[in-house]
Design a protein. Structure first.
Lengths: 343, 267
């Protein structure tokens, strides 16, 4: 990042002692990183509202919100990790692995469902720990570490359910907590969890020392380390968060669908990164927002369902997303938005 | 530099305005260092007193960086002693050196571009309220303190501590780092080529920041091979050559041309 080209003219206002100077409302608004993706989402929603008759139907709302909320929860963990400068390509397989473990213990082997869930999530945490330890101890790119983990988990998933589907027939309290319908609304529990988790991690990033350290680690690891930030520990913690939320979101999907196949979560590692990038998170670390990633996830889900509604073949969705992703990144780089963070 | 405008002293040390009667902030006593069988530092003794800027100069390979690493706790000298504020010390890690108040400001390792000024200012030393396992940032207090320190210590061009640091120039970043070190009570400031790649005006600002640090009573070790920048601020100049101190010169004792000749000549 060249300082001289990005230098803005700064007016030489006499600073009035210790008073913290405030920025104008327009400046604050322009600096809200969620503004651009938010406007993008609004435009997409408007487009499909005008182009289809049943966009606001309960069925559509259910489809969009459940797809968006599970991608968003995965993306929140991935966003934390990307802000500190690392990637996790194993989240998609973890999204299947964790509920498969849960289902095998609880549906097939009759273990207490809460205990089984705890074991499954503990395994998800172990996956994140291995990713983090291997990456930080050996100093290799997390792209490689987690690509390796992707294949390891894919193999395990194949081994564990070998093409079958694990189906949960009886309702249970854990299943309800994670995946039940909310009253008579078209919405399901994953949406509630998404808001809780997003709110919590917005707070972590903006208000906690850990958030400051996460930004600093991804911004420039050298100065962060020199200033006493435990950058290795920050990275390892974020690897764990990423793996844990991927596993948790997978369990929510299982609880909502009442079934899991080894194909669950296919492409989710890339969709989670895409949601984050659409929401304004930098691929180079140091910048990003949680709500941006949530908006990005809703963009993906709205486009996926919207295209089906207007009669475009479903497989066109990923083609469309691919093109949009590249355009958004070009726009971000051109506008220099990857230069700052607004936590 | 009005403080040091006096006529240069005829004899090195003792008669200069700097009070060297007390203990130096930091002192190397007969330090030697080898990398494997390759000896790079030969019996170097060097002291920096409070309120003194010591310029450490020499050509590439003279051992400047190795000495800096020893000062900052990245390297243990093979032999000799380190003394900090009159006591023998041994740094296990650079963090130990920092904890004692030895602050190194590196050209590339000072600032995280994406963070706002106040977040940079308090990075690694955040003021927090501890609520259970959470360390909640005291944002208002840190903003206020950062603003105060920066307006008192000279960075008047900064409009708001909310500005992300990439809006600052290279020289302003250096000044932020120096100001930060002063604010957190550093005793010894080490600068490794702080003016490299800076414009003339920027250089002047950074040199002014160094002057302010000295006026606050910090000892400053200023390492550079650009004599133009070292000469105006240094109270003493220590010339290194192939790992040995070959000359110690007081302010005014030597001219720019002489100094450049000294460095350029090969033993």
């Amino acid at each position: 990042m060249d300082s001289d080209t990005s230098q803005k003219p700064i007016s030489a206002t006499p600073s009035a002692g210790s008073r913290v100077q405030r920025r104008s409302f327009a400046e604050i608004l322009l600096n809200v990183r969620e503004l651009a993706p938010g406007l993008g989402l609004a435009a997409v929603v408007l487009f499909f509202t005008l182009q289809t008759r049943n966009f606001w139907s309960p069925q559509t709302m259910t489809a969009i919100s459940t797809i968006a909320s599970t991608i968003a929860i995965v993306s929140i963990g991935v966003t934390m990790l990307m802000i500190c400068g690392e990637f996790d390509l194993s989240v998609g397989q973890n999204f299947a692995f964790t509920p498969i473990i849960w289902a095998i213990l609880f549906v097939t082997n009759g273990m207490n469902e809460w205990l089984a869930l705890a074991v499954a999530l503990a395994l998800a945490i172990c996956v994140g720990m291995v990713n983090g330890l291997v990456t930080t101890i050996f100093g290799i790119p997390s792209f490689i570490t987690t690509l390796g983990m992707f294949f390891v988990l894919q193999g395990l998933n194949n081994l564990l359910i070998s093409g079958h589907q694990l189906i949960m027939f009886d309702p249970s309290s854990a299943i309800s907590l994670l995946g039940a319908r909310i009253g008579t609304t078209p919405f399901y529990m994953p949406l509630v969890w998404m808001f809780i988790i997003a709110g919590a991690f917005w707070f972590v990033l903006a208000r906690l020392r850990y958030g400051n350290w996460t930004f600093a680690t991804g911004g420039r690891v050298g100065p962060a380390k020199a200033m006493g930030v435990p950058t290795g520990r920050v990275k390892r913690t974020n690897f764990i968060l990423s793996a844990f939320f991927a596993g948790l979101a997978g369990c929510m999907q299982f609880a909502y669908l009442r079934g899991v196949t080894q194909g669950q979560g296919q492409n989710y590692e890339l969709l989670a990164i895409t949601a984050a990038v659409l929401g304004g998170t930098s691929l180079f670390g140091g910048t990003g927002t949680i709500w941006g990633s949530v908006i990005g996830a809703f963009l993906l889900a709205t486009i996926q369902i919207g295209l089906v509604l207007i009669g475009v073949p479903g497989s066109f969705y990923v083609t469309f997303i691919g093109v949009m992703l590249v355009i958004v990144v070009i726009a971000n780089v051109r506008l220099g938005r990857f230069g700052t963070n607004q936590a | 530099m009005p403080l040091h405008a006096q006529a240069p002293a005829p004899i090195p040390d003792k008669t200069h305005v700097i009070d060297r009667s007390g203990e130096p902030v930091f002192e190397l006593r007969s330090v030697s260092h080898s990398y494997g069988r390759n000896k790079v530092i030969f019996d170097v003794s060097l002291a920096v007193w409070p309120g003194e800027v010591v310029g450490l100069v020499g050509d590439n390979g003279a051992g400047k960086s190795t000495l800096l690493k020893i000062f900052a706790g990245y390297q243990h000298p093979t032999s000799g002693t380190l003394r900090f504020m009159g006591k023998d010390v041994r740094f296990a890690t650079p963090a130990d050196a920092r904890a004692m108040g030895i602050e190194a400001v590196y050209q590339d390792l000072a600032i995280v571009d994406q963070l706002s000024l106040w977040r940079n200012f308090f990075l690694g030393k955040e003021i927090v309220r501890t609520i259970g396992p959470l360390h909640v940032l005291e944002r208002q207090r840190m903003r206020r303190e950062a603003q105060q320190a920066i307006s008192e210590l000279g960075l008047t061009r900064v409009r708001s501590v909310e500005e992300p640091v990439w809006t600052l120039s290279g020289g302003e970043r250096q000044s932020v780092a120096i100001t930060r070190a002063m604010h957190f009570g550093a005793k010894l400031l080490m600068l490794d080529e702080p003016t490299a790649a800076l414009s003339v005006r920027e250089t002047r600002n950074v040199l002014a920041s160094i002057g302010r640090a000295r006026d606050h009573g910090l000892g400053v070790l200023y390492i550079d091979h650009n004599m133009n920048h070292v000469l105006p601020v240094a109270d003493r100049i220590v010339l290194l050559e192939l790992g040995r101190v070959v000359r110690v010169m007081d302010r005014g004792e030597v001219s720019l041309e002489e100094l450049q000749d000294l460095i350029a000549r090969r033993p």
